[in-house]
Design a protein around this ligand. Structure first.
Ligand code: DAH
Length: 344
């Protein structure tokens, strides 16, 4: 009995003093294990009289239960303490400044494209895209560009094989739209996209750039409709005070053809370096769709007419945002690209 008492004292004291979960676990294995001191006590059983044995057995079992229960209590106590320590350590300082996630923004060329799309959708146009790789037929032949035209020169175009090339202008989309729509009227579309030319890159040239083609075909569509449309566009892009003017020009796919200038938005037409002191800035080419183009697509030029225009997205972006080098758009410099956050 004395042994039992001593063991109880020792065990309970050790358990009480224990401060670590691992230590407590070791104590549990030691005291309650098969080779532990409690089990060891049982070996004394054989030395006792038959009357004493059940009492002794009961005492040993009680001791076992007491040790187990104390360990359980201690375990809860230690777990609680661990949790409190963890919470204490994990305290979040809500006054610390947060880490700013890096958020991208729209590319300036997409900003302009989207602005133009929104503007034309508002006028009832549809937005149509085409393939970057087109056949010679749709890029040139259908656009009334004869075989010997300089634009066909292998110097200017990136051919994949004798029949297929990277489109040199979005006019190739116009030709597809015409063919697919014929003979239905009206057509009102804008077609944005990348175009490619065999050019050496410099401040104003890029072998890849973007255009947006516009096309309207109907029964009585005239040059004055074109003028009204483009004036609306110029005002939206460069401010309500803008005016436009037409200058005669030549494109194989339009007749008559015009070059369109917008009054300079920097000097208001007075003359400055941006407009080379003329007060006007050229922004796009346009014209009445050539009867040959209509015919090839399946339209009767006596029954319908229309206008088309092709605007360079980089050119508009450079004018609008005051950018002096077209290569900025394609060199992925975040210091440049980040400055367009404010336009979103
Ligand atoms: N395709 C011409 C170019 O790349 C731009 C153009 C001019 C498109 C007049 C047109 C147009 O639709 O009518 O320079």
């Amino acid at each position: 009995m004395e042994q039992i008492e001593n063991l109880a004292k020792q065990a309970l004291q050790q358990i009480q003093e224990c401060t670590q979960m691992k230590e407590l676990n070791d104590l549990r294995v030691y005291y309650l294990g098969k080779k532990g001191p409690v089990q060891e006590l049982m070996k004394n059983m054989k030395n006792l009289s038959p009357e004493e044995r059940p009492i002794f057995g009961q005492q040993v079992n009680q001791l076992k239960g007491q040790i187990a229960e104390t360990i359980e209590q201690k375990k809860e106590e230690l777990a609680m303490k661990e949790m409190e320590e963890k919470i204490e350590k994990e305290k979040i300082d809500i006054t610390l400044p947060g880490r700013k996630p890096v958020v991208g923004n729209m590319h300036p060329l997409n900003l302009i494209t989207q602005e133009l799309e929104d503007l034309f959708i508002g006028l009832g146009y549809q937005v149509i895209e085409g393939n970057d790789i087109v056949s010679d037929e749709y890029c040139f032949e259908r656009a009334n560009i004869p075989k010997d035209h300089p634009a066909r020169d292998m110097q200017d175009s990136l051919y994949i094989d004798p029949n297929w090339l990277l489109r040199t202008h979005t006019t190739a989309i116009q030709m597809k739209v015409l063919e697919e729509s014929a003979p239905n009227l009206p057509i009102k579309v804008v077609c944005p996209g990348k175009v490619y030319r065999r050019d050496d890159d410099d401040a104003t040239h890029s072998h890849q750039f973007m255009q947006m083609e516009g096309l309207v075909i109907g029964e009585h569509v005239t040059l004055s409709d074109l003028k009204g449309t483009l004036e609306f566009m110029a005002k939206k892009l460069f401010g309500q005070d803008r005016q436009i003017r037409f200058r005669p020009s030549f494109f194989p796919f339009t007749e008559p053809s015009v070059e369109v200038d917008v009054s300079c938005h920097i000097c208001n037409g007075k003359g400055c370096p941006t407009c080379k002191n003329t007060g006007w800035i050229e922004i796009l080419g346009a014209g009445e769709v050539h009867p040959n183009v209509l015919k090839m697509a399946g339209y009767d030029p006596d029954k319908c007419s229309g206008f088309a225009f092709g605007v360079g997205i980089e050119r508009v972006a450079m004018l609008k945002y005051g950018i002096d080098d077209i290569r900025h758009f394609y060199t992925d410099d975040l210091r440049f690209l980040d400055t367009f956050k404010r336009y979103e």
